[in-house]
Design a protein around this ligand. Structure first.
Ligand SMILES: Cc1cc2nc3c(=O)[nH]c(=O)nc-3n(C[C@H](O)[C@H](O)[C@H](O)COP(=O)(O)OP(=O)(O)OC[C@H]3O[C@@H](n4cnc5c(N)ncnc54)[C@H](O)[C@@H]3O)c2cc1C
Length: 402
């Protein structure tokens, strides 16, 4: 899209820097980063996960040992930041005791950013709220990283965004940035549920929920491996007597987008979200194609020997292998919201920031989180967001003018 900072060759060193891959040491991987990455070996697989891999082999998907190698596709263990069953997120791995003790880092917990204060387009303070007390924090460079739902709210409350939206919220418009909260991107997730044929096959919650994935390219897609098929070892239902397992789909490059609307400028008000999931005919076609793959996997002897369909029905596919039901029955958010403050080139009227996250029309005000993605990454969004954070860290460390 013309943003050279974000070419793959520029991003790869940041991806490598953030990880310590415990399984692979090659051109795609780093060994010295804070986030451990590993894959479940065969001997750790829950029965449903092992069955999934065998069924994928039966229907012709190639085997894939490393989903984080961009030259691969097919079925295998999903690369994860999970060690001994626990996610190794940034609070544990980046904000270590040693880092927290740094003189140039001051963490103020339980503090909500209400808005950014600007004078003639220059950011000079944050207005924050802590246990009901409102005060300002002065500075000359602010990096907003409140996530794709909350960051646009901070900008809108500050008078930055589409003028009519800002005014509707009761805020005086300061800087017109039409791209703020114009659209919300997410991965549609679709799942069908199975009921075990024999008692004790699935032991809810005692197995890892997800261990494996099968990536493939949907028909006509320009993005390789844009689709993910994934087995779920249990369904986290409150009633533990339902030992269900799932096969799920994640659409990696949806065309449809949703909207995010802030009703008021009150910092505690939640925005309303219209997800727009599956609103495009092409998205629906790809999801139905993926459901056909699920139908094929379900007909293999590995799967059909152990489970029956239970949701959305006991016979969700017709004789030609087409999913019978409406998609809304099986579709929901993939929990990957992004794209609400998209970066872009100067000639893009809907670019809300430049390629280094500086909010258009401002000085000293930056965004550095999943809001910035102008299109949704085909992979899950956590690692790309960390990579983005690494790039900002690089620029701040080298004091390159952001
Ligand atoms: C249920 C769920 C499961 C997910 N599972 C996966 C997964 O398995 N793999 C994957 O790759 N991705 C997953 N994701 C997506 C991933 O978590 C996000 O893409 C990633 O965290 C985005 O990072 P971020 O920095 O943009 O925002 P966040 O991680 O959301 O960070 C924003 C922070 O800002 C704080 N904040 C918000 N508003 C304010 C304010 N006004 N003032 C001060 N602070 C504020 C929030 O409390 C939060 O700590 C999942 C998401 C969800 C919701």
């Amino acid at each position: 899209m013309g943003l050279r900072e974000w070419a793959f060759t520029a991003c790869l060193p940041a991806f490598k820097r953030l990880e310590h891959d415990l399984d692979f040491d090659n051109e795609w991987h780093g060994q010295d980063g804070p986030i451990p990455i590993r894959r479940h070996p065969e001997e750790e697989l829950a029965p449903w996960q092992a069955i999934f891999l065998e069924a994928c082999r039966q229907v012709g998907f190639p085997s894939c040992a490393d989903t984080n190698d961009p030259t691969t596709t097919g079925a295998g263990p999903h690369s994860m930041n999970k060690v001994d069953g626990e996610r190794m997120g940034v609070l544990r791995t980046y904000l270590t005791a040693k880092v927290r003790a740094r003189n140039n880092l001051h963490i103020v917990p339980d503090t909500l950013v209400r808005r950014v204060r600007l004078r003639n387009g220059v950011a000079y303070a944050l207005e924050v709220e802590r246990f009901g007390r409102v005060f300002e924090i002065a500075g000359d460079r602010f990096v907003i990283a409140a996530g794709a739902i909350a960051s646009p709210g901070i900008l809108l409350r500050s008078g930055i965004g589409p003028e009519n939206e800002v005014r509707r919220m009761g805020v005086e418009p300061l800087i017109s940035v039409p791209g703020v909260a114009r659209k919300l991107l997410d991965h549609p997730g679709v799942a069908v549920f199975f009921w075990p044929k024999r008692r004790g096959f699935s032991l809810p919650s005692t197995h890892p929920l997800i261990q494996n994935v099968c990536r493939y390219t949907s028909a006509g897609s320009e993005c390789p491996s844009d689709m993910q098929l994934q087995p779920g070892s249990f369904v986290p239902l409150p009633d533990k007597s339902f030992p269900l397992v799932t096969l799920a789909v994640c659409l990696g490059k949806p065309i449809a987008s949703g909207t995010l609307r802030y009703e008021s400028a009150h910092v505690h008000d939640r925005p309303s979200i219209r997800s727009g999931l599956g609103a495009s005919i092409e998205d629906q076609r790809r999801i139905r194609e993926a459901l056909m793959w699920i139908g094929k996997l379900a007909r293999t002897k590995e799967v059909s020997n152990v489970v029956n369909f239970i949701y959305p029905s006991t016979r969700p596919f017709d004789n030609n292998g087409n999913f019978r039901g409406p998609l809304w029955q099986v579709m929901g958010s993939g929990y990957h919201p992004c794209g609400t403050i998209p970066m872009g080139t100067d000639d893009d009227p809907f670019a809300a920031t430049c390629g280094r996250g500086r909010v258009r029309g401002t000085r000293g005000l930056f965004v550095a989180d999943a809001s910035l993605f102008p299109t949704i990454p085909s992979a899950n969004t956590n690692l790309p967001t960390l990579m983005l954070g690494e790039r900002f860290g690089e620029w701040l460390r080298d004091d390159v003018s952001l």
